[in-house]
Structures are given as structure tokens and as C-alpha cells.
Ligand binder design. Structure first.
Ligand SMILES: Nc1nc2c(ncn2[C@@H]2O[C@H](COP(=O)(O)OP(=O)(O)OP(=O)(O)O)[C@@H](O)[C@H]2O)c(=O)[nH]1
Length: 408
């Protein structure tokens, strides 16, 4: 289901806030919420403990001496619960159990707080004990980081248990006070917790949309970059990409004084092939040839590119004459071995190629463009020699390769 699905948008549309995304998105949200909540609680547990200490020392000082001991002995358990939950939150391996242990801890803390007034005497003491109920509820709804339904279950469930304990073993709950503390603060806490979760879900949803958009833009940019360097018909490097590689390898070979080889591979009688078999079949033929030629560019630095039309170019840094000639010969043979019918090829009746090879160790006054020209002349010689063959460019005596006007 996509983010643009109306069902996933429903939760962020005002008025229809069910606090539930469609299933997959909901799972993602819960994982995200759990991570954020644990991280928050790791810090908040410390502040909750401080608030608890403030409360416990305050009430201890104000409460009549007769109830202090009993009150402290019971209320100390709330501190233990906070300590245990805070400790568990520090263990990353338990992160996914956060809703369980934080929910259970909240439930027990509210239950203890709610039960205490039923076990102590004196109106001042009871009222003070109700203050701890308010603290417990505010902390659970606002500081623990539970999702709305879990917080509601913990607070109302804990309240019910505390009420039952108080009725069963103590002298019951004073609902005059309890409604002004427990019930009132519960309703307020629910409202705050609900609005906070709605905002959190909106934030999550927007962040996710933004991330998706970024990913799409990045993928598009990568695709555009690839397309700008790739020939769309054959998937080989295109002319621009080849020119860059030639420039790079030329300078590297010049630095390292290594030979650089260029091979121009041209399909024989391709015009006749197109005329006879049709342009689409011509395209398929070029694709098949490029798959075969691709196998001849496996080393790092080797480049196999479509030079234009029915012409391919191969660049081999660090390869000298003998190896280049062997490669050219193998290329001619393997194209022939494809046995692609070409009834207009007068010599073989199959698709063949001619290859022009030029090898040079770049010197300071020589240019890459001149090497390319040399390969082109060798290709012309191969064509002149009856096609389906290769020729190595042999420079005529005293011919120098000089810089052209583009400085290549
Ligand atoms: N199907 C197809 N044909 C192409 C493409 N690019 C160039 N061609 C064709 O390739 C043919 C090249 O023909 P020529 O340059 O006359 O060379 P040739 O017929 O191969 O003759 P030789 O090179 O002398 O053997 C032309 O008919 C172009 O239309 C292409 O992308 N797809």
C-alpha cells in the first residue's frame, strides 16, 4: 500500500484520527515509536526519579508521624518500579519489549498510588496520598512515552486494581477526593496523550513521505547519470563516456609509460543488412554483437563502447602489439562464430566485422585523437583487404602524431 493511499492519509486528516495506519505502515510506525520512546525514557527515567524523590520527601515531611512509616513502606515500591524500568531501558536488546515492561510498570505504579489512601488514616494524610496519584498519572501519560491505548490501559487498569485493593483490604476509596484527582487528571492525561500521539503520527508520516521523495529523486538522478553515459540500444558505454575514459587512460599511460591500444570494430555491409532484414532486426543484430564484444572488456581500465552507428570501440591500457593483434583476431573469430545470417555479405553469408588496431605508448607531443585516427586508418585498410579481418596501424616512416586544435 502506498503512502498516497487514502487509507494511510486518513489518520492525518483532521476529524478522522483513529490512531491506526494501514497494517504495514502501522507496523513501521510502532517500531519507530518504540525506538523513540525508549530513547526518550532513558533520559526521562532520571527526571521521573527526581520528581519521585521530591514527592516522597515532601509528603514525608508533611504527613502525620503516625502514618509516615506505613506510607513510606508502601510507596517505596513505586521508586523500585521506576528504577527497574529505567534500568531495563538501558539494555538495547530489550528495546522491543519496552511497551510491555513500561506498560506493566506504569500499571503497578498507578495501582500502588491509588491503593495507598485506603490504607492510611487522617484526612490530611489521605489528601497527601492523592497527590501521589496525580503525580503517577501525569508521569505515565506525559513522560513514559507509551502509545495512547497502552497508557490508557495502564492508568485505568492500575486505578481499578488500586481501588479493588483498597476496598478489599483497606477502608475504601474516598470518591469525593478521587474524582477530583484520579478521574479528573486521567481525563486530562488522556486528552494530552491522544493529541501528542496524533502529532507524532503526523510527524512520522511526513518524515516518511519526505524520505520516499528523497529516495525517488536520488534514484532518478542515478538513472539520469547512467543514461547520460550509456548507449540506450546496446547498454554499452556511449561516446561521451568513451571520450572521458580515453582522456583518462591516455594520461595514465603517459605517466606510467605504458602502451595504449584502441580497436575500432565495424560491422561489414551493415547497410545491406538493414535494407534486407529491416532496421529492427538491424538493432537486434547490434545488440547481439555488443553482448559478444562486452566479453572483451573485463579488466579494470578496459572500455567497450559504441562509437556510433554500427561501429564499436575498445580501449585497452597496458596492452602491446602482439597481444592486441591476438585480441583483434579472436574478436573477428568469435563474431563469425555467432553465425548470424547475413545473406547480403558476399563472402561469408554471415555477419562479420572488420577491426582497425592502433597501439602507442603516449609521448609528450602525441595526442589521443591521433591514436584514434590511426585506428580508423587501420580499419579502412581492413575493409580494403576484403573485410572480416583486422589490421594493425603501421605508421609510415617519419610521420609524427601531433596535437590537434582541440588539444587532445
Ligand atoms: N539498425 C540500425 N542500423 C544502424 C544504426 N546506426 C547506423 N545504422 C546503419 O548502419 C549502416 C552503415 O552503413 P555504411 O556506413 O554504409 O557501412 P556498411 O554498409 O556497413 O559498409 P562497410 O562498413 O563498408 O562494410 C547504415 O545503413 C545505417 O543506417 C542503428 O542504431 N540501428
Amino acid at each position: 500500500m502506498s503512502d498516497t493511499d487514502p487509507r494511510s492519509r486518513r489518520v492525518v486528516v483532521p476529524g478522522v484520527r483513529w490512531l491506526r495506519f494501514p497494517r504495514r505502515l502501522e507496523t513501521e510506525y510502532r517500531e519507530y515509536q518504540c525506538r523513540e520512546a525508549v530513547e526518550g525514557f532513558r533520559v526521562n527515567a532520571f527526571y521521573i526519579l527526581l520528581l519521585y524523590l521530591l514527592l516522597i520527601t515532601g509528603i514525608y515531611a508533611l504527613a502525620p508521624e503516625a502514618v509516615r512509616g506505613r506510607w513510606l513502606a508502601t510507596y517505596i515500591w513505586v521508586g523500585v518500579i521506576v528504577l527497574v524500568a529505567g534500568g531495563l531501558a538501558q539494555v538495547s536488546a530489550l528495546n522491543r519489549y519496552f511497551p510491555w515492561y513500561a506498560g506493566l510498570g506504569s500499571f503497578l505504579a498507578v495501582a500502588v498510588s491509588m491503593a495507598i489512601p485506603g490504607f492510611i488514616d487522617g484526612s490530611v494524610s489521605v489528601q497527601l496520598a492523592h497527590v501521589s496519584v496525580i503525580y503517577a498519572l501525569v508521569i505515565v501519560y506525559a513522560m513514559v512515552g507509551l502509545r495512547f491505548p497502552v497508557a490508557v490501559a495502564a492508568c485505568w487498569g492500575g486505578g481499578l486494581l488500586g481501588w479493588w485493593l483498597s476496598e478489599r483490604f483497606g477502608h475504601g476509596v474516598d470518591w469525593q477526593v478521587a474524582h477530583r484527582t484520579y478521574t479528573g487528571v486521567s481525563l486530562l492525561g488522556m486528552f494530552l496523550c491522544y493529541t501528542s500521539e496524533v502529532r507524532d503520527r503526523q510527524l512520522f508520516f511526513n518524515q516518511r513521505q519526505l524520505l520516499r521523495q528523497q529516495q525517488r529523486t536520488q534514484a532518478l538522478a542515478e538513472r539520469l547519470h547512467r543514461l547520460s553515459r550509456e548507449d540506450s540500444l546496446t547498454g554499452l558505454a556511449n561516446r561521451r563516456s568513451f571520450d572521458e575514459a580515453l582522456d583518462r587512460e591516455w594520461r595514465r599511460c603517459q605517466r606510467e609509460q605504458q602502451p595504449l591500444t584502441i580497436m575500432l570494430v565495424d560491422v561489414d555491409c551493415f547497410k545491406a543488412y538493414n535494407d534486407h532484414y529491416g532496421h529492427l532486426q538491424g538493432d537486434r543484430c547490434l545488440q547481439q554483437l555488443s553482448s559478444e564484444l562486452r566479453r572483451y572488456g573485463r579488466r579494470g581500465g578496459d572500455v567497450v563502447a559504441r562509437f556510433g552507428g554500427e561501429e564499436f570501440v575498445l580501449l585497452y591500457p597496458g596492452i602491446a602489439d602482439t597481444e592486441a593483434q591476438q585480441l583483434a583476431s579472436r574478436i573477428c573469430r568469435s563474431i563469425r562464430a555467432l553465425a548470424m545470417p547475413h545473406s547480403c555479405n558476399p563472402d561469408t553469408g554471415e555477419v562479420t566485422v572488420s577491426v582497425g588496431v592502433a597501439v602507442l605508448t603516449p609521448g609528450p607531443k602525441q595526442t589521443a585523437r591521433a591514436l584514434l585516427d590511426a585506428a580508423d586508418r587501420a580499419l579502412y585498410q581492413a575493409k580494403q583487404s576484403g573485410r572480416d579481418t583486422w589490421r594493425l596501424y603501421e605508421p609510415p616512416p617519419r610521420v609524427r602524431l601531433v596535437k590537434d586544435d582541440k588539444g587532445l
